[in-house]
Design a protein around this ligand. Structure first.
Ligand SMILES: Nc1ncnc2c1ncn2[C@@H]1O[C@H](COP(=O)(O)OP(=O)(O)OP(=O)(O)O)[C@@H](O)[C@H]1O
Length: 246
Protein backbone atom coordinates (compact mmCIF):
# COMPACT_ATOMS: atom_id res chain seq x y z
CA UNK A 1 0.00 0.00 0.00
CA UNK A 2 1.31 3.42 -0.86
CA UNK A 3 1.63 6.12 1.78
CA UNK A 4 -1.08 8.64 0.91
CA UNK A 5 0.96 11.48 2.39
CA UNK A 6 3.89 10.81 0.13
CA UNK A 7 4.48 13.66 -2.28
CA UNK A 8 4.84 12.13 -5.72
CA UNK A 9 4.80 15.24 -7.93
CA UNK A 10 6.74 18.39 -7.18
CA UNK A 11 6.80 21.06 -9.86
CA UNK A 12 8.49 24.38 -9.17
CA UNK A 13 8.50 27.66 -11.10
CA UNK A 14 7.98 26.08 -14.49
CA UNK A 15 8.60 28.38 -17.42
CA UNK A 16 8.17 27.06 -20.95
CA UNK A 17 9.16 28.99 -24.03
CA UNK A 18 8.99 27.67 -27.55
CA UNK A 19 10.64 28.88 -30.72
CA UNK A 20 8.16 30.13 -33.26
CA UNK A 21 8.51 30.40 -37.00
CA UNK A 22 9.04 33.85 -38.38
CA UNK A 23 9.69 35.48 -35.03
CA UNK A 24 13.06 35.98 -33.35
CA UNK A 25 11.46 36.01 -29.96
CA UNK A 26 10.43 32.72 -28.40
CA UNK A 27 6.86 32.49 -27.23
CA UNK A 28 6.41 32.02 -23.49
CA UNK A 29 3.55 29.61 -22.87
CA UNK A 30 3.96 28.93 -19.14
CA UNK A 31 5.07 31.79 -16.90
CA UNK A 32 6.19 30.13 -13.68
CA UNK A 33 3.94 27.40 -12.38
CA UNK A 34 4.39 25.46 -9.14
CA UNK A 35 2.27 22.62 -7.87
CA UNK A 36 2.53 19.48 -5.80
CA UNK A 37 0.52 16.29 -5.54
CA UNK A 38 0.45 13.33 -3.19
CA UNK A 39 -0.05 9.62 -3.69
CA UNK A 40 -3.74 8.84 -4.07
CA UNK A 41 -4.68 12.36 -5.15
CA UNK A 42 -6.84 13.01 -8.19
CA UNK A 43 -6.00 16.39 -9.73
CA UNK A 44 -7.73 18.08 -12.60
CA UNK A 45 -6.35 20.90 -14.72
CA UNK A 46 -8.99 23.12 -16.28
CA UNK A 47 -9.01 26.44 -18.10
CA UNK A 48 -9.87 28.10 -21.38
CA UNK A 49 -8.56 26.80 -24.68
CA UNK A 50 -4.96 27.91 -25.17
CA UNK A 51 -4.33 28.49 -21.45
CA UNK A 52 -1.40 26.05 -21.52
CA UNK A 53 -2.98 22.92 -19.98
CA UNK A 54 -1.53 20.38 -22.41
CA UNK A 55 1.84 22.10 -22.34
CA UNK A 56 1.89 21.95 -18.54
CA UNK A 57 0.96 18.27 -18.61
CA UNK A 58 3.78 17.48 -21.06
CA UNK A 59 6.30 19.37 -18.96
CA UNK A 60 5.21 17.91 -15.64
CA UNK A 61 5.06 14.36 -16.99
CA UNK A 62 8.65 14.37 -18.20
CA UNK A 63 7.92 14.57 -21.92
CA UNK A 64 8.89 18.16 -22.60
CA UNK A 65 11.76 19.83 -20.79
CA UNK A 66 10.92 23.15 -19.15
CA UNK A 67 12.93 26.20 -20.19
CA UNK A 68 13.48 26.81 -16.49
CA UNK A 69 12.11 25.42 -13.27
CA UNK A 70 12.16 21.95 -11.79
CA UNK A 71 10.13 18.79 -12.08
CA UNK A 72 10.37 15.88 -9.65
CA UNK A 73 8.32 12.73 -10.04
CA UNK A 74 8.69 10.27 -7.16
CA UNK A 75 11.77 12.25 -6.13
CA UNK A 76 13.40 11.87 -9.54
CA UNK A 77 14.04 14.67 -12.02
CA UNK A 78 13.10 12.93 -15.29
CA UNK A 79 15.08 15.48 -17.31
CA UNK A 80 18.31 14.51 -15.55
CA UNK A 81 18.02 10.89 -16.64
CA UNK A 82 19.85 9.48 -19.64
CA UNK A 83 17.50 8.58 -22.50
CA UNK A 84 17.44 4.85 -21.72
CA UNK A 85 16.86 5.44 -17.99
CA UNK A 86 14.17 8.00 -18.77
CA UNK A 87 12.36 5.48 -20.96
CA UNK A 88 12.60 2.87 -18.22
CA UNK A 89 11.35 5.33 -15.60
CA UNK A 90 8.36 6.26 -17.76
CA UNK A 91 7.57 2.64 -18.46
CA UNK A 92 7.71 1.53 -14.84
CA UNK A 93 6.39 4.48 -12.89
CA UNK A 94 4.38 6.79 -15.10
CA UNK A 95 1.33 6.16 -17.26
CA UNK A 96 0.10 8.36 -20.10
CA UNK A 97 -3.37 8.66 -21.54
CA UNK A 98 -2.73 11.11 -24.34
CA UNK A 99 -4.70 11.01 -27.51
CA UNK A 100 -2.72 9.04 -30.08
CA UNK A 101 0.20 8.93 -27.71
CA UNK A 102 2.43 6.03 -28.61
CA UNK A 103 -0.25 3.65 -29.81
CA UNK A 104 1.26 1.51 -32.52
CA UNK A 105 -1.23 1.49 -35.40
CA UNK A 106 0.19 -1.63 -37.04
CA UNK A 107 -0.19 -3.76 -33.91
CA UNK A 108 -3.41 -5.32 -32.64
CA UNK A 109 -5.18 -3.58 -29.74
CA UNK A 110 -4.24 -6.42 -27.37
CA UNK A 111 -0.53 -6.14 -28.17
CA UNK A 112 -0.63 -2.40 -27.65
CA UNK A 113 -2.19 -2.87 -24.23
CA UNK A 114 0.39 -5.37 -23.01
CA UNK A 115 3.41 -3.78 -24.69
CA UNK A 116 4.66 -1.97 -21.55
CA UNK A 117 4.39 -5.22 -19.59
CA UNK A 118 6.34 -7.11 -22.23
CA UNK A 119 9.02 -4.43 -22.39
CA UNK A 120 9.37 -4.59 -18.61
CA UNK A 121 9.50 -8.42 -18.74
CA UNK A 122 6.39 -8.62 -16.60
CA UNK A 123 3.80 -11.36 -16.75
CA UNK A 124 0.92 -10.84 -19.18
CA UNK A 125 -2.44 -12.12 -18.05
CA UNK A 126 -4.75 -12.20 -21.12
CA UNK A 127 -7.73 -12.91 -18.87
CA UNK A 128 -7.11 -9.69 -16.95
CA UNK A 129 -6.92 -7.72 -20.19
CA UNK A 130 -10.14 -9.29 -21.44
CA UNK A 131 -11.96 -8.50 -18.19
CA UNK A 132 -10.73 -4.94 -18.31
CA UNK A 133 -11.83 -4.46 -21.91
CA UNK A 134 -15.27 -5.77 -20.98
CA UNK A 135 -15.43 -3.30 -18.11
CA UNK A 136 -14.49 -0.54 -20.54
CA UNK A 137 -17.32 -1.59 -22.90
CA UNK A 138 -14.77 -2.14 -25.63
CA UNK A 139 -16.87 -3.26 -28.56
CA UNK A 140 -14.19 -4.12 -31.13
CA UNK A 141 -12.09 -7.26 -31.43
CA UNK A 142 -8.83 -6.93 -29.43
CA UNK A 143 -7.05 -8.67 -32.30
CA UNK A 144 -7.90 -5.84 -34.67
CA UNK A 145 -5.16 -3.42 -35.60
CA UNK A 146 -5.34 -0.13 -33.77
CA UNK A 147 -5.40 1.68 -37.12
CA UNK A 148 -8.79 0.09 -37.85
CA UNK A 149 -10.42 1.28 -34.61
CA UNK A 150 -12.55 4.36 -34.06
CA UNK A 151 -11.16 7.31 -32.10
CA UNK A 152 -13.15 6.29 -29.01
CA UNK A 153 -11.94 2.68 -29.22
CA UNK A 154 -8.35 3.84 -29.61
CA UNK A 155 -8.82 5.94 -26.50
CA UNK A 156 -10.01 2.87 -24.62
CA UNK A 157 -6.91 0.97 -25.77
CA UNK A 158 -4.72 3.75 -24.37
CA UNK A 159 -6.67 3.66 -21.10
CA UNK A 160 -6.51 -0.13 -20.84
CA UNK A 161 -2.77 0.01 -21.42
CA UNK A 162 -2.36 2.36 -18.47
CA UNK A 163 -4.71 0.37 -16.27
CA UNK A 164 -2.77 -2.89 -16.64
CA UNK A 165 0.64 -1.28 -16.19
CA UNK A 166 0.59 -0.49 -12.43
CA UNK A 167 2.03 3.01 -12.85
CA UNK A 168 2.28 5.12 -9.70
CA UNK A 169 1.39 8.35 -11.49
CA UNK A 170 -0.99 8.71 -14.41
CA UNK A 171 -1.14 11.75 -16.68
CA UNK A 172 -4.26 12.01 -18.78
CA UNK A 173 -5.06 14.63 -21.43
CA UNK A 174 -8.80 14.71 -22.10
CA UNK A 175 -9.00 10.97 -21.46
CA UNK A 176 -12.68 10.80 -22.22
CA UNK A 177 -12.80 13.40 -24.99
CA UNK A 178 -13.87 11.05 -27.79
CA UNK A 179 -16.27 9.04 -25.66
CA UNK A 180 -19.99 8.87 -24.95
CA UNK A 181 -21.28 9.71 -21.49
CA UNK A 182 -21.65 6.08 -20.37
CA UNK A 183 -18.03 5.32 -21.27
CA UNK A 184 -16.99 8.57 -19.59
CA UNK A 185 -18.58 7.49 -16.33
CA UNK A 186 -17.04 4.03 -16.50
CA UNK A 187 -13.57 5.41 -17.13
CA UNK A 188 -13.86 8.01 -14.43
CA UNK A 189 -14.92 5.25 -12.02
CA UNK A 190 -11.90 3.13 -12.97
CA UNK A 191 -9.53 6.06 -12.52
CA UNK A 192 -11.10 6.92 -9.19
CA UNK A 193 -10.63 3.33 -8.09
CA UNK A 194 -6.90 3.61 -8.88
CA UNK A 195 -6.51 6.70 -6.70
CA UNK A 196 -7.96 4.71 -3.79
CA UNK A 197 -5.01 2.35 -4.24
CA UNK A 198 -2.58 5.25 -3.89
CA UNK A 199 -2.06 6.12 -7.53
CA UNK A 200 -1.87 9.82 -8.31
CA UNK A 201 -3.75 11.04 -11.37
CA UNK A 202 -3.41 14.37 -13.12
CA UNK A 203 -6.07 14.96 -15.75
CA UNK A 204 -6.59 17.81 -18.18
CA UNK A 205 -10.27 18.17 -18.94
CA UNK A 206 -12.88 20.52 -20.35
CA UNK A 207 -15.56 18.56 -18.53
CA UNK A 208 -16.47 20.64 -15.48
CA UNK A 209 -18.67 17.94 -13.95
CA UNK A 210 -15.76 15.53 -14.12
CA UNK A 211 -13.30 18.06 -12.72
CA UNK A 212 -15.75 18.64 -9.87
CA UNK A 213 -15.48 14.96 -8.96
CA UNK A 214 -11.68 15.15 -8.51
CA UNK A 215 -9.91 16.04 -5.26
CA UNK A 216 -8.23 19.23 -6.45
CA UNK A 217 -8.86 21.38 -9.50
CA UNK A 218 -6.18 23.70 -10.80
CA UNK A 219 -7.35 26.45 -13.08
CA UNK A 220 -4.96 27.88 -15.62
CA UNK A 221 -5.33 31.14 -17.48
CA UNK A 222 -2.87 32.60 -19.97
CA UNK A 223 -0.08 30.32 -18.82
CA UNK A 224 -0.54 31.14 -15.15
CA UNK A 225 -1.98 29.16 -12.31
CA UNK A 226 -5.14 31.01 -11.40
CA UNK A 227 -6.69 29.05 -8.55
CA UNK A 228 -6.37 25.80 -6.69
CA UNK A 229 -9.75 24.50 -5.59
CA UNK A 230 -9.75 21.72 -3.02
CA UNK A 231 -12.81 19.45 -3.23
CA UNK A 232 -14.09 21.62 -6.09
CA UNK A 233 -17.75 21.99 -6.91
CA UNK A 234 -19.07 22.52 -10.43
CA UNK A 235 -20.48 25.85 -9.29
CA UNK A 236 -17.14 27.11 -7.97
CA UNK A 237 -15.40 25.95 -11.15
CA UNK A 238 -17.90 27.68 -13.42
CA UNK A 239 -17.47 30.82 -11.39
CA UNK A 240 -13.68 30.84 -11.69
CA UNK A 241 -13.77 29.95 -15.39
CA UNK A 242 -16.32 32.60 -16.22
CA UNK A 243 -14.45 35.41 -14.55
CA UNK A 244 -12.67 37.16 -17.37
CA UNK A 245 -10.26 39.91 -18.10
CA UNK A 246 -7.69 39.27 -15.41
N1 LIG B 1 5.17 24.15 -30.00
C1 LIG B 1 4.44 25.25 -29.99
N2 LIG B 1 4.75 26.28 -30.79
C2 LIG B 1 4.02 27.42 -30.78
N3 LIG B 1 2.97 27.63 -29.99
C3 LIG B 1 2.61 26.65 -29.17
C4 LIG B 1 3.31 25.40 -29.12
N4 LIG B 1 2.72 24.61 -28.20
C5 LIG B 1 1.69 25.32 -27.70
N5 LIG B 1 1.62 26.54 -28.28
C6 LIG B 1 0.64 27.60 -27.96
O1 LIG B 1 0.63 27.76 -26.55
C7 LIG B 1 -0.68 27.98 -26.07
C8 LIG B 1 -1.05 26.90 -25.07
O2 LIG B 1 -1.24 25.66 -25.72
P1 LIG B 1 -1.82 24.36 -24.99
O3 LIG B 1 -2.05 23.34 -26.04
O4 LIG B 1 -0.95 24.01 -23.86
O5 LIG B 1 -3.21 24.92 -24.43
P2 LIG B 1 -4.46 24.15 -23.84
O6 LIG B 1 -4.87 24.90 -22.64
O7 LIG B 1 -4.11 22.71 -23.65
O8 LIG B 1 -5.52 24.32 -24.98
P3 LIG B 1 -6.76 23.38 -25.44
O9 LIG B 1 -7.72 23.38 -24.30
O10 LIG B 1 -7.30 24.08 -26.64
O11 LIG B 1 -6.20 22.02 -25.75
C9 LIG B 1 -1.57 27.98 -27.30
O12 LIG B 1 -1.76 29.33 -27.67
C10 LIG B 1 -0.77 27.24 -28.33
O13 LIG B 1 -1.09 27.66 -29.62
Amino acid sequence: MNDMNEQVIDVNHIVKRVATNGSQKPLEILHGISLQANAGEFLSIVGPSGAGKSTLLSVMSGLSKPTSGEVHLLGTDPYQLRASKAAEFRRNQVGFIFQNYNLIPALPAFDNIVLPLRLAHKKVDPQKVETLLKKLNFAANPNNFVSSLSGGEQQKVAIARVLVANSRIIFADEPTGALDSVSRQIIFGLLRHLTKQGICIVMVTHDIEMAAATDKAITLRDGRLEKVLNQPTAKALFQVLNEEGR
